[in-house]
Design a protein around this ligand. Structure first.
Ligand code: URP
Ligand code: ZN
Ligand code: ZN
Ligand code: ZN
Length: 484
């Protein structure tokens, strides 16, 4: 059975044009005018775009003494409801646990996925086993991206020597290094100082993680990656200091990408001053929300191209879980949701305000991510041969975000009360219509794992450049005799 999306405007990262899209066997087979198929989806007045790809989620992740509340079932349903058709989740070994062992745990959970998915791997410790298994992870499992935590001291944090060794290994195998850039030593000390001074509420979480800790770590990671010869992807960039480091590095020709989150673009640090403890604690994440100056920097970075993609870092905890940190802000589980809201919020505050064009919106929610992660044009494209992961976007459809109507399993929404204009009319995952005019028709287990090959064009170019500019011994004639 074939499906045709009719009467819409196809919007891709590089252009917009009137065309129908014909789908067969889960793939796009034709893009053009006057197409017909067995099933017809009417896209009159709509944009037909590649489905969103969220490069940063934590589904059912063991973290800070609990598990994030959305699993691959509720998390990927939430994704589809908001027009996202692929998520990249982080497989997280506990310190001392093997990478392959952690992947097995993730495989056990991801069978519930309603949309396609891939993994990043986290490097939370260093040793011969990790060194060896990185090769298997890249070459056999098709997982080429490795996150290093420069924060969460005493838990997931790695030291500079470990990070450098890991970066070198990843670089030589054609992978990409990722960092959570915050100086974990300074954060740990600030946390102690704040607690000792009686500063125990959720606002102290933000005080303990000022922009300087992020800017310093981002710059350090950039320099270490440059010396190790590996491309670097910096997750959840929240402030001008980190953005400045990325901007400067890119201007110098370094291969670095920055990923702001929809939360940091649209919510600010006044949330932590809220008189209701629950309200503030629900917004505790790392890095924390920042002020307007930082938000403007992030928007400008997206416009200028110094920042490349927009993610959610979806890591949702219930109010009950957040209350583990009553009386001690360092115990509030870090993380916020956003999977269902990323596209509508970015459209409303980006395209709706004129900060972004629709094509830029597609680039930063889908195509750029697919290119960086090496699954383009299978993902992130409206082209014959691509997977039919498509969102039919109605720019006139409106709603007010509320937890009461969300798909996520948690009991609140950090965007509660925000009005959005621009929502999916249909969301298709490999040709299956998972969202039909607001109605969810997705299936657990429909989602498939997407392998991603190493050695991207960026890796090849960087290796060539590093080989060309590598230190060489000076050829000398007439070496003086020793002892003269
Ligand atoms: O607060 C956050 N960001 N929680 C999720 C884990 C991480 O650091 O990405
Ligand atoms: Zn992180
Ligand atoms: Zn994260
Ligand atoms: Zn808003």
């Amino acid at each position: 059975m074939t499906t045709v999306i009719k009467n819409g405007t196809v919007v891709t990262h590089d252009r917009s044009y009137k065309a129908d899209v014909l789908i067969d066997g889960g793939r796009i087979v034709e893009v053009g005018e006057g197409l017909s198929g067995d099933e017809e989806l009417d896209a009159t007045g709509c944009y037909v775009m590649p489905g969103g790809i969220d490069p940063h989620t934590h589904l059912e992740m063991p973290f800070m003494g609990t598990y994030s509340a959305d699993n691959f079932d509720s998390g990927t349903r939430a994704a589809l409801a908001g027009g996202t058709t692929m998520v990249i989740d982080f497989a997280l070994p506990s310190p001392g646990q093997g990478l392959l062992d952690a992947l097995q745990m993730w495989d056990n959970k991801s069978g519930l996925a309603h949309c396609d998915y891939s993994y990043h791997m986290a490097v939370t410790w260093w040793g011969e086993q990790v060194f060896d298994e990185i090769k298997t992870v890249i070459e056999d499992r098709g997982i080429t991206t490795f996150k290093h935590f420069m924060a969460y001291k005493g838990a997931l944090m790695v030291q500079d020597d470990e990070m450098y060794a890991s970066f070198r290994r990843i670089g030589e195998l054609g992978g990409i290094a990722m960092v959570h850039a915050e100086n974990g030593d300074v954060v740990a000390d600030l946390q102690q100082q704040l607690m000792a001074a009686g500063n125990t509420g959720p606002e102290a979480h933000a005080y303990s993680r000022p922009p300087q800790v992020e800017g310093e770590a981002a710059n350090r990671a950039i320099m270490i990656a440059d010396m190790a010869g590996v491309p670097l992807y910096i997750v959840h960039v929240s402030c001008e200091e980190a953005h400045e480091a990325i901007r400067r590095a890119r201007q110098q020709g370094k291969r670095v990408w920055g990923e702001p989150l929809i939360q940091h673009l649209t919510l600010d640090d006044s949330e932590y001053a809220h008189p209701d403890w629950d309200h503030a604690a629900r917004r505790v994440m790392s890095p924390p929300f920042r002020n307007r100056k930082h938000q403007e920097s992030l928007w400008a970075g997206l416009q200028a191209g110094s920042l490349s993609v927009v993610a959610t870092d979806h890591c949702a905890f219930t109010t009950e879980q957040k209350r583990y940190g009553l009386g001690d802000f360092t115990k509030i589980p870090n993380g916020t949701g956003g999977l269902e809201d990323r596209l509508p919020m970015l459209w409303t505050h980006g395209v709706g305000t004129g900060r972004l064009t629709p094509e830029e919106f597609v680039a930063m929610t889908s195509t750029n991510i697919a290119k960086i992660l090496n699954c383009y044009p299978r993902k992130g494209a409206i082209l014959p041969g691509a997977d039919a992961d498509i969102v039919v976007w109605d720019p006139e459809k409106e709603k007010t975000i509320t937890a009461e109507k969300q798909v996520s399993a948690i009991d609140y929404n950090v965007f509660e009360g925000h009005k959005v204009k621009g929502l999916p009319r249909f969301t298709l995952t490999r040709g299956h219509v998972a969202v039909y005019d607001g109605e969810l028709r997705s299936r657990a287990g429909h989602g498939e794992f997407v392998k991603r090959p190493a050695n991207t064009a960026t890796n090849t170019a960087l290796s060539k450049w590093k080989a060309l500019t590598a230190p060489r011994p000076v050829e000398r004639s007439g070496i003086p005799a020793s002892g003269v």
